[in-house]
Design a protein around this ligand. Structure first.
Ligand code: SAM
Ligand code: SF4
Length: 477
């Protein structure tokens, strides 16, 4: 793990399951690195291109670079890092909302307990089966299950719903990886959920700034900042290897939040010797019952800049972009090395089977800006030369921390990720794509095969593609 930037000493020492965020420290690092020179910015960029995770100080230098020319250099460096390190594939997933009962009162969320307009429901086992069947019929293989925070949704409930999802096999469809976005559990709870075979457990801190955190989380157990910020430590104590962090941009100063995310990353490295599996950076969207001041809204320029900085600061971590962002933002930040996006997303409870003509704000958590179908997302990726992927091979073979391996194991992407992306895309093209997408998809696969330098691998992939065309499924490296 030589690329970790050791040793770093911070005001609050890193101990398992203890808070590590020192607000004053973050402000002072930001303040001390104001108005960086061109040379300073370039030196930081070079460190990142040398595949080093950046320190808080180095990240502050990038965050404080305001000259348009320097911002362009930061973005170009993020593009270059993506080109050098990551392949052309983008992993696709869909969220599935299991229940919207919630005892918390988060000022930004439609599910908050005080929002009386919200119609509450929890999917029954049969309803989960129906939703998963519809998702499989669209071609999905990876889901993230989302839950409100409520005694109904304890660890056993979450584990049961995960098992139900895995049990649904419709035609050639199956869900091969289930991730979770739910409340922080205790260690026993995380063990229970792990035993159901989850992939990643995501918990977003929302804001790393404690006073803001207390302001927007008005009631319920989520008000406990320390319990939340130590949540993924407990997940790791329970041997969940893949954890996902995130901040909800729009609650507080975005520079502070990027520093918070980075401090969270180096906390994991210090305590568990492994960084987070993924980082998410949702921007706040209007919701029913929404009560957030627009003061900290992040505009498009700052947002694309912050994604580029995150890529450079944590070069080995998967980055998740959601359907919350409009097409022009997705186009730009995909170039900075986003590794996963959702497609064909519906965040209404039972939304994958209900009539989708109208968005019903009383059923969902917030509004989304991308209502395209999975096939439309795939078409867009293919036309941009990205290979849409449904690969779940690492997780299935026990290769946890796959983003880290992609980054650190030479040739890993060419040997595993790219072929697996092609194979899972071929499955999609055979089973779910309309004829025009099928043609374009196979053209892309062929183009990529032609670029293979390793002829043996090329032959091996061609053979497997033939097997898929003949009806075999779930073949991977
Ligand atoms: N209830 C659990 C929790 O709060 O962690 C998990 C599910 S919650 C529905 C998932 C995430 O949705 C939250 O962590 C938050 O970042 C995000 N979210 C909530 N309201 C949002 C909004 N108005 N716009 C964008 N994202 C939002
Ligand atoms: Fe509940 Fe989560 Fe929404 Fe907060 S963000 S109100 S905890 S569902």
């Amino acid at each position: 793990m030589s690329m970790f930037y050791h040793p770093e000493k911070y005001n609050i020492p890193d101990r398992p399951m203890e808070n590590f965020i020192d607000e004053e420290e973050i402000w002072s690092i930001l303040e001390e690195n104001k108005d960086p020179s061109k040379e300073e910015v370039k030196a930081v960029i070079d460190r990142s291109l040398g595949k080093h995770r950046l320190s808080l100080r180095e990240t502050a230098i990038l965050l404080n670079a305001n000259d348009p020319e320097l911002i362009e250099e930061i973005k170009n460096a993020a593009r270059q890092l993506k080109e050098n390190v990551y392949g052309k594939r983008i992993v696709l997933f869909a969220p599935l909302y299991i229940g919207n009962y919630c005892t918390n009162d988060c000022s930004y969320c439609g599910f908050r307990v005080t929002n009386k307009k919200q119609e509450r429901c929890t999917l029954s086992k049969e309803e989960i089966v129906e939703q998963v069947t519809a998702l499989e019929d669209n071609g999905h293989k990876r889901l993230i299950l989302v839950y409100g925070e409520h005694p109904l949704y304890d660890a056993n409930f979450i584990a049961d719903s995960v098992r139900t999802v895995y049990s649904v096999k419709h035609k050639n469809g199956e869900i091969r990886r289930v991730n979770i976005n739910a409340a922080p559990l205790d260690i026993e709870g995380f063990k229970t959920v792990k035993a159901a075979g989850i992939g990643t457990y995501q918990i977003f801190q929302e804001t790393y700034h404690r006073p803001t955190y207390l302001k927007v989380h008005k009631a319920g157990s989520k008000r406990n900042y320390d319990w939340r910020i130590t949540g993924l430590d407990r997940a790791q104590e329970a041997k969940i290897d893949d954890v996902g962090i995130g901040a909800l941009f729009g609650l507080f100063d975005w520079r502070f939040e990027v520093m918070g995310l980075l401090r969270h990353v180096n906390h994991f490295e210090a305590v568990y010797n492994v960084g987070p599996h993924t980082i998410s950076f949702p921007r706040i969207q209007p919701a029913s019952g929404f009560d957030i001041d627009a003061k900290y809204d992040v505009n498009d320029d700052d947002f694309t800049k912050l994604v580029a900085i995150l890529r450079l600061a944590v070069p080995y971590t998967g980055m998740i972009l959601t359907a919350r962002e409009p097409a022009h933002i997705r186009d730009e930040v995909l170039q900075f090395g986003v590794s996963q996006i959702d497609g064909g997303t519906n965040i209404e409870l039972k939304g994958y089977t209900d009539n989708k003509d109208e968005q019903n704000l009383n059923h969902e958590q917030f509004e989304i800006s991308d209502n395209r179908t999975l096939n439309e997302v795939i078409e867009e990726l293919v036309s941009g030369d990205y290979i849409p992927s449904f690969c779940t091979a690492c997780y299935r073979l026990g290769r946890t921390g796959e983003h880290f391996m992609e980054f650190s194991v030479p040739g890993f992407i060419k040997r595993y990720c790219q072929p697996n992306a092609m194979l899972t895309l071929a499955e999609y093209l055979e089973d779910y794509a309309p004829p025009a997408t099928k043609e374009r998809g196979y053209n892309l696969i062929q183009k990529n095969l032609d670029e293979f330098e390793d002829k043996e691998l090329k032959q091996s992939v061609e053979k497997r593609l033939e097997r898929i065309k003949k009806g075999e499924r779930d073949i991977y490296y």
